[in-house]
Write a protein that binds this ligand. Structure first.
Ligand code: URA
Length: 293
């Protein structure tokens, strides 16, 4: 997970403060021909960002509508140089942009496009993670099929797993959240036969060999351990099919029931099975950050 740290280097303010030629002429102390005046290197050309789109909407209005703060607060953020549009700091008040342009406040992505939808669904048991199941079983489409947006489900849960499934029409974000490269963590609560042996966490952290390669948890916690029944929390960034069930079966603790409680920064919370909620703008910004966008 790479937070957009590199962005700072793109800020126009940073560029101005960077000493020109640092690490160049003086590096190693061996350059003695200093009398030759050197021409200042031209600033690298950056694409000009159009922030005066006559068909656009005022930046502070879009920011306020996205829940960043009141218009006044948003104006202050702009004046303080804390707002970037398509990678460039914008300090001028009254600029007009399109909601589809990429805006960051203090380095965090703010989604201004109101047509973007981000939902947290508590998938019930016996619901197939598909928008249209070929076998006619109850699927996600039965819950979201009549919405006007084309929603993608972010990853899959088995029919016999319940819990958090994110849905969005933001294809880039959905793709990144599923890709193991971005290492977005998923948290599961698994019921397994108890009691849990002391070394189970260590074994899972060290990694278990499965038929399609090794898998290791990012973290493991025993929530409850009784003689017949235990609850364990497993966190991993893997997205392979049946991965939690296969991993726990491999170490001799077959899963009896499984719930996903968190994806990246988003928690299932108290959303009941079969219900969904819209993510807050803070949650969306945190998801973007988790996905390195
Ligand atoms: N791992 C599983 O075994 N099942 C799921 O549904 C998700 C992760």
């Amino acid at each position: 997970m790479t937070p957009p740290k590199g962005r700072g280097g793109q800020r126009s303010g940073d560029r101005q403060q960077r000493p020109r030629g640092a690490g160049g002429a003086g590096r190693g102390g061996g350059n003695t021909r200093r009398s030759q005046p050197t021409r200042p290197k031209p600033e690298p050309q950056r694409p000009v960002v159009d922030v005066h789109d006559p068909d656009g909407v005022r930046l502070q209005k879009l920011l306020a509508a996205a829940g960043v703060g009141s218009r006044r607060v948003c104006e202050d953020l702009i004046s303080q140089g804390r707002v970037e549009v398509d990678g460039q700091v914008v300090r001028e008040l009254g600029v007009r942009i399109r909601a589809t342009q990429v805006v960051h406040v203090d380095g965090e992505r703010v989604q201004l496009d109101e047509s973007r939808v981000y939902l947290a669904f508590n998938k019930p048991l016996n619901v197939v993670t598909s928008m249209s199941d070929e076998l006619g079983r109850v699927d996600i489409g039965d819950y979201f099929g009549d919405r006007k947006e084309r929603l993608f489900h972010v990853g899959r849960l088995d029919a016999d797993t319940e819990g958090l499934l994110l849905l969005t029409n933001d294809g880039d974000l959905a793709h990144r959240l599923q890709h193991p490269r971005y290492g977005v963590l998923k948290t599961y609560l698994a019921q397994i036969p108890g009691p849990v042996p002391r070394d189970l966490g260590r074994r899972l952290r060290e990694g278990v060999e499965l038929e399609d390669g090794p898998v290791a948890v990012d973290s493991f916690k025993v929530v409850d351990s009784q003689p017949g029944k235990a609850i364990v929390e497993v966190v991993l960034h893997e997205g392979r099919k049946h991965i939690v069930r296969r991993m726990l079966a491999e170490v001799g603790h077959p899963v009896q029931s499984l719930v996903r409680t968190q994806v990246g920064p988003v928690r299932l919370g108290d959303t009941k099975p079969g219900k969904f909620r819209a993510l807050s703008s803070t949650e969306v910004a945190a998801l973007y950050k988790a996905a390195g966008l």
